[in-house]
Ligand binder design. Structure first.
Ligand SMILES: C[S@@+](CC[C@H](N)C(=O)[O-])C[C@H]1O[C@@H](n2cnc3c(N)ncnc32)[C@H](O)[C@@H]1O
Length: 391
C-alpha cells in the first residue's frame, strides 16, 4: 500500500469505529482485525501504519468525530507530513480544502469532564499503559518467576506484581505458558488485595466477568475455601474455565445469574460470605488509555443506567455477607456518581454497615473509599471502598 492508501484505509476504519461506538457495536480492535482479514494484500508494515494512524486519531479526539475523514484531517492539521498524503493519488484521500474543519483535539468529552472526581489528572487518562503481571502463587514462587523477567520492575506493596514496558511480549515467556503469571493491571491487583481473602474463607466475586480478579482471589486463598464467580453474561463466565484450569485454580465455582432475578439464585448464600467483591459494570472512564474509543460510546443516559445498575447490584450483594464480613465495591470509573456518591448512597440506604480504610499504600482517600489514577498511581483509574457489615 502507498502511504496515501494507508491514510485512506485509516479513514475507512475510523468511519466504522465511529458508527460502532454510536450504535453499541464491536470494539475498534475487532473492527481492525476484520478489516485486514478481508484485505490480504496489506502486509504487516501496512497494518501497523494504518493501526497507528487510527489510534493516533482516536486518542486525539475527545468527542465522537463526525466522520473518519474529519478525525484524520484534525490529526493532519497538526502533522504536515500527514497532510501531504492527502494528495488525491490513486487509493489515497482527496486534498484537504482550505476551509475543511477537522475534529478538535481533546482528552475528556465536555459533558463528562465536570463529572470526574476533582483530583483526576486529565492528560494522563490517555497515556501509555505498561504491562503489569501478577504472579500466581498457586503455581509459582514470586522470586523464581521474577528471575525470568530481568527488565521487570517490582511494585512496592504488591509482592506478586511485575511491571514490564508497554508492548512486552509476555505470551512468549515460559511462566506465561505455564500459567504462573497473568496479565493484570496493578490497580486490579490492589483491589483484589484489598479484599483480604484468606485460605478457608467463603468469597463471592459477584461481577466476575472472565475472572481476572477471581484468579487473584484464588491465588490469595491458596486454593482452599469456597470461591464463587458470578456474572450475568454466559460468554464472559465461560472464558473463566480455561483460565482457571491453566492457573491451577480448579476450586472456583461459577454461577450464571439471570439479569433482574439475581436475588433468587443467591438466596442460599445469604449471610454466608466472608468477602463479596462487587467489581461493578461501569463507564470505564479509568481505562481510556487502553480503550480510547470508549469515550465515544458513553452517553448521559447510558451513564444513568450504569449508576442505577450499580446501586441495584450493591443492594442484592449486601445480604450475602455474614456479620463482620467485608463488601468491596470497585469500578474502573472515575466519575463521582459511580464511586464516591454511589458508596455514600449505599451507606445511607443500609443500616449496620461502615466504611473502613483500605489498608494499601497507594491511591488517594476520596469520600469513603480510595481513588487510583494513572498519573498518581501508575495504574488504570479505579475507585474502590471497603464496607464492613457490623450487624
Ligand atoms: C467490570 S466488569 C468485571 C471485570 C472482572 N471482575 C475482571 O476483573 O476481569 C463488570 C461485570 O459485571 C457483569 N454484570 C453486569 N450486570 C450484572 C449483574 N446484575 N449481576 C452480576 N454481574 C453483572 C458484567 O457482565 C461484567 O462482566
Amino acid at each position: 500500500m502507498t502511504p496515501s492508501a494507508r491514510v485512506q484505509a485509516a479513514i475507512e476504519l475510523l468511519d466504522a469505529i465511529i458508527s460502532s461506538a454510536r450504535d453499541g457495536g464491536p470494539a475498534a480492535d475487532t473492527l481492525i482485525a476484520r478489516y485486514f482479514k478481508d484485505r490480504r494484500y496489506a502486509g504487516s508494515r501496512d497494518r501497523r501504519a494504518v493501526r497507528d494512524h487510527v489510534y493516533d486519531a482516536v486518542r486525539r479526539a475527545a468527542e465522537r468525530p463526525e466522520s473518519g475523514r474529519a478525525a484524520m484531517v484534525g490529526l493532519a492539521r497538526e502533522r504536515p507530513e500527514l497532510a501531504e498524503l492527502f494528495n488525491g493519488s490513486a487509493h489515497g484521500p482527496a486534498p484537504i480544502a482550505a476551509d475543511e474543519a477537522g475534529t478538535a483535539a481533546g482528552v475528556v468529552p465536555g459533558w463528562i469532564d465536570p463529572l470526574l472526581a476533582a483530583p483526576v489528572e486529565r492528560e494522563a487518562l490517555l497515556g501509555r499503559a505498561p504491562v503489569d503481571l501478577r504472579i500466581n502463587r498457586l503455581k509459582a514462587d514470586p522470586e523464581r518467576v521474577a528471575s525470568f523477567y530481568p527488565d521487570a520492575v517490582r511494585l512496592s506493596g504488591l509482592p506478586e506484581a511485575l511491571r514490564l514496558p508497554e508492548g512486552a511480549p509476555v505470551e512468549q515467556s515460559d511462566p506465561w505458558k505455564w500459567g504462573q503469571v497473568e496479565v493484570q493491571d496493578a490497580g486490579s491487583q490492589w483491589i483484589s488485595a484489598a479484599c483480604g481473602a484468606q485460605p478457608g474463607m467463603t468469597v463471592i466475586d459477584l461481577c466476575a466477568g472472565a475472572g481476572g480478579k477471581t484468579l487473584a482471589l484464588a491465588s490469595a486463598m491458596a486454593g482452599k475455601g469456597t470461591l464463587i464467580a458470578a456474572d450475568t453474561i454466559r460468554s464472559r463466565l465461560s472464558r473463566l474455565d480455561p483460565r482457571a484450569e491453566r492457573a491451577g485454580a480448579t476450586f472456583i465455582e461459577t454461577l450464571l445469574l439471570d439479569q433482574g432475578h439475581e436475588a433468587g439464585a443467591l438466596q442460599s448464600l445469604h449471610g454466608r460470605a466472608d468477602v463479596v467483591l462487587v467489581d461493578a459494570p461501569c463507564s470505564g472512564t479509568g481505562t481510556w488509555r487502553r480503550n480510547p474509543e470508549a469515550r465515544w460510546r458513553l452517553t448521559p443516559s447510558r451513564l444513568d443506567r450504569l449508576v442505577a445498575e450499580q446501586a441495584r447490584i450493591l443492594d442484592f450483594a449486601a445480604p450475602l455477607l455474614a456479620p463482620g464480613g467485608l463488601l468491596v465495591y470497585a469500578t474502573c470509573a472515575l466519575t463521582d456518581r459511580e464511586g464516591r456518591d454511589q458508596v455514600r448512597a449505599f451507606l445511607a440506604r443500609h443500616e449496620g454497615w461502615m466504611a473502613e480504610p483500605a489498608d494499601v499504600p497507594t491511591g488517594r482517600a476520596h469520600g469513603d473509599g480510595l481513588l487510583l489514577t494513572p498519573a498518581h498511581d501508575g495504574t488504570d483509574g479505579f475507585y474502590f471502598a471497603r464496607l464492613r457489615r457490623t450487624a
